[in-house]
Design a binder for this molecule. Structure first.
Ligand SMILES: *Cc1c(COP(=O)(O)O)cnc(C)c1O
Length: 346
């Protein structure tokens, strides 16, 4: 099954004749390359990187059990967010619909592209308000953005609600799974063939511990992946990133180990934090952070900053009033946080 993309893609993108790089036109190996004006010295960094990310996509295809042509790789998943908006949304005319509160980049990318951003408030239990989505979506809605586990609330969305949206809205529904490795819920990746309008974002920035190399994924039907490759910068993933990502991909065990340690630390941190008098509520999360409602959150934020411990202020975010978002660190880091908070109480 395929989505008829014709009515969803911007006309200029359909017409676009993409830049064809030297490495697009010839990608064999073991030959003498005199076609890209590269310097013959300083190997291997003298060479332009593979624009189609073949080695990495083969590896991910195997690891995730999806077709290689359903994998797009970007400079962080943030690149995917921006490209999707540029492919599907006509500036000043189309809109995207997302949930509130959620990750801030969807709105920032919409704003940069002059695309209207419509936020539908989550229910008090941080779940999707499907009636609200029904009202917000109109014929000019070209994309829906969802995030599960959500940032900053940390919870997973009810999968049945996500499926209902995928069935109701015929255009691309983007599901951001940046924190899926920390969650006890199934990824939607294996639903790609069931829902041709499903687009899944994942990243190496969190569970894989590689935020510094900028490496994120967009999984979608082949036709959408082709559009992403058509619009991206020719060499969006540099050689260093491609090499390091490939190297770390074979260390899945280490990643799983980190996730286990972080989840264990999270439990410990939660049990201690919940006992502090300043803590009004610790929301259950499915991610590598806590969302904690605190009396005088800004005073605590400042106090921690003086102790050189930085947490994220989410106290003015709707539905998160009074909350701080606290990333789970190493045991030592978490102990420093707990000590500081305990001292303040005293
Ligand atoms: C951290 C995060 C990302 C990661 O973005 P990258 O560009 O891949 O580093 C994406 N989505 C959400 C919701 C996040 O919290």
């Amino acid at each position: 099954m395929k989505v008829n993309l014709d009515s969803w893609v911007r006309e200029n993108i359909k017409r676009l004749k993409p830049y064809s790089s030297a490495r697009n036109e010839y990608s064999g190996s073991g030959v003498i390359y005199l076609d890209a004006n590269e310097n013959p010295y300083n190997n291997p960094y003298n060479r332009y990187p593979d624009p189609m990310h073949n080695r990495l996509r083969d590896a991910l295809s195997e690891m995730k059990g999806v077709d290689k042509n359903q994998v797009f790789l970007g400079n962080g998943s943030d690149e995917g967010i921006d490209l999707l908006i540029r492919i599907f949304c006509e500036p000043k005319s189309d809109n995207i619909v997302s949930m509130e509160p959620t990750y801030g980049m969807y709105k920032v990318c919409a704003d940069i592209n002059d695309v209207e951003y419509r936020a539908v408030k989550l229910t008090s239990g941080f779940q999707l308000d499907l009636i609200g989505f029904g009202k917000a979506i109109d014929p000019k809605t070209k994309l829906v953005f969802l995030c599960s586990p959500n940032n900053p609330t940390g919870n997973t969305l009810n999968p049945e609600d996500i499926k209902k949206l995928l069935e109701k809205f015929p255009g691309p529904v983007v599901l951001d799974e940046a924190y899926i490795d920390f969650s006890n819920q199934q990824s939607f990746l294996n639903e790609l063939d069931t829902y041709p309008n499903l687009v899944v974002l994942q990243t190496f920035s969190k569970a894989w511990g590689l935020a510094g190399i900028r490496f994120g994924m967009v999984y979608a039907q082949k036709e959408i992946v082709e559009l992403l490759y058509k619009v991206k910068y020719p060499y969006n993933l540099n050689t260093v990133t491609q090499d390091l990502a490939f190297e770390f991909m074979s260390k899945k065990k280490e990643k799983d180990n980190w996730v286990e340690m972080i989840l264990k630390e999270k439990k410990r941190l939660e049990s201690k934090i919940e006992k502090l008098p300043m803590v009004e509520k610790n929301y259950p999360t499915n991610a590598n952070f806590l969302m904690v409602k605190i009396t005088e959150p800004l005073a605590v934020l400042e106090y921690l900053k003086e102790k050189k411990i930085i947490v994220r202020d989410r106290s003015r975010v709707s539905l998160c009033e009074g909350c701080l978002r606290i990333t789970v660190g190493s045991r030592k880091e978490n102990d420093a946080l707990l000590n500081a908070l305990n001292e303040r109480k005293a």
